[in-house]
Design a protein around this ligand. Sequence first.
Ligand code: IVH
Length: 665
Amino acid sequence: MDSLKRLEELRHLLAEHSHRYYVLDDPLISDGEYDRFFQELLEIEDKHPQWITPDSPSQRVGGVPLDKFEQVRHRLPMLSLENAFDDEDLHAFEDRLRRFLMQEDAPNYMAEPKLDGLAVELVYEEGILVQGSTRGNGEVGENITAQLRTVSSIPLRLRNGRMPRLEVRGEVFMDRFGLVELNRQRADAGEALFANPRNAAAGSLRQLDPAITDQRPLRFFVYGVSEPSDTGCKNQQELLQFLANLGLPVNSHIRFCPDMAAVIDHFSNLSALRHELAYEIDGMVVKVNDFALQTRLGSKARAPRWAIACKFPAIQATSRIVDVEFQVGRTGAVTPVATLEPVDVGGVMVSRATLHNRDEIKRKDLHKGDTVLVQRAGDVIPEIVKAVVEKRDGSEQPIVMPAYCPVCSHPLVKPEGEAVTRCLNSHCPAQRLRSLVHFCSKAGLDIEGLGKKSVEQLFELELIQDLPDIFFLEKEALASLEGWGEKSAENVVAAVNQAKSPSLSRFLAALGIRYVGEVTASLLERSFHSLESLSKATVDDLVAIESLGEQVAQSTVEYFSDPSVQKMFARFQEAGVQPQIVSANREKLLLSGEVLLFTGSLKKLSRTEAKKLVKDNGGQITSGVTKKLTCLVVGEKPGSKLKKAQEQGKRILTEDEFLHLLESV
Ligand code: IVH
């Protein structure tokens, strides 16, 4: 079969299976089979880049990092909703509708779960996704097209839909599993956790580098269009069916309700169901079904008259702070954790809650012995909302951060401008143990048989004290330990040996450098040839990498300049540990650390091809002559950017020189 035909067939197959998997949640083929089709498509597109179209499944991540988000004016404003909190508010809503419509009959409704994420608008032209934006202030949002393209349940091309233009609206969100997993990674990287799915979704979509958004497990449900009359549908029920037929994901818990009693009934269904759903909902949206009635009802300043959000009550309970413990984390951060009288918060028993840090304790004015309001924020992490001051009897004690590390007794410090109190003793046993646990864990080198319990045991017996010790473990010594045997000892030694050649990114993430989690680690792998060159990098070299901030750069440089870290690396080497570059071919990384910009008209390459070449060779693209720019490639009629770059002494290449450079690999 000729390649172009096969390519079209593969695109069709992949779109079909991706729709079944992400939208219908009903896959027909295994992940492995899907990956094989995808690989085949990539190979054909690699040979024939001129055949790549924007709706190809390979084009989900392809956007270049931005300097800032562009603004987008919504053709029709994206409104918000008024709130109802109970049945009474819902009846009042219906009374208002009747009065406004001057009719006795009440309308019928659609009742939809209110997803806790971020509202977005997607514009399809001739069935192709051409623009995606945030709601912003309702009138003007931000252009996050490249970021939204990475969300697998958002179709890049609509099925059997060829309308000239369709603006759909819906919610992007992160499901519970995705949030827990992302927070686990962030905790491992010493980064702040997302308190709820809305923040996680917003934080993930507002990443200037779409490659980062791509790593975040985001999902999408559609709930409307900007202009229903464009679709020929008469009511919301028909519209949702119409959107589902176009391949857009529609939530399965949406109900048609003939009257308000059915709406109230569905509200109690959803209240009971919400804890079983894979994603967070914070209420239900009730919409007048009929579009003609919606039009007659119209809108007030910010919200339509034809819809209302009925919110679930917050899941809160009261308990008492029995005691406060201080935990020392991998990076030395000392976190106060309250022990609570166990309490049921929306079906989950809570007996501990983090108090975050000294400033938080002060802000909430918390004391030992206080009666407190506890909630599961975003239904995930238990947190203390406030102290119930009226319940104080004078026996409450202030919570004082310790002056010395509770584990190694080293004096603690609270660095200027930081909220965290830290133990700076890098030999602190608590930090070393946590580093070891992390190093062997799934987020680290994933060494089978060296889970938390075993690592703790080996640490206590002083068989391992420092990361490289792992690689010197001997079978005989392990086999004689309590709970171990010949077989388990042999397996661990084999797993340790296997872990001697991890990918560089995995190794970096395992080391536990502050702020360097999985995503940053793979950025670093892509930009440096080896551990050695990374260890010599300066802060400037690092910040030249798009989407890598000052803080990460600083902490990485500090890490590698610590003499005890250098000693540790010598021991890794002695043990035969050799991280491998896998994220790109070694010889292809010619543009590592380079930040390029194209200006003027190119003769041999399209802009897309040029940008792809840069990315494939480990380089970055920027959109202006900025500090980060390292090289300007000029085509014909280059304009003012050339002058500016010359003034700043940047490296300048012609299009031919650029191509020549890459061919010289
Ligand atoms: S309809 C004019 N339907 O709730 C209609 N909104 O304050 C406005 N939301 O910003 C939106 N699920 O992010 C609608 N099924 C649903 C929704 C929903 C969640 C969010 C949306 C909007 C906010 C309204």
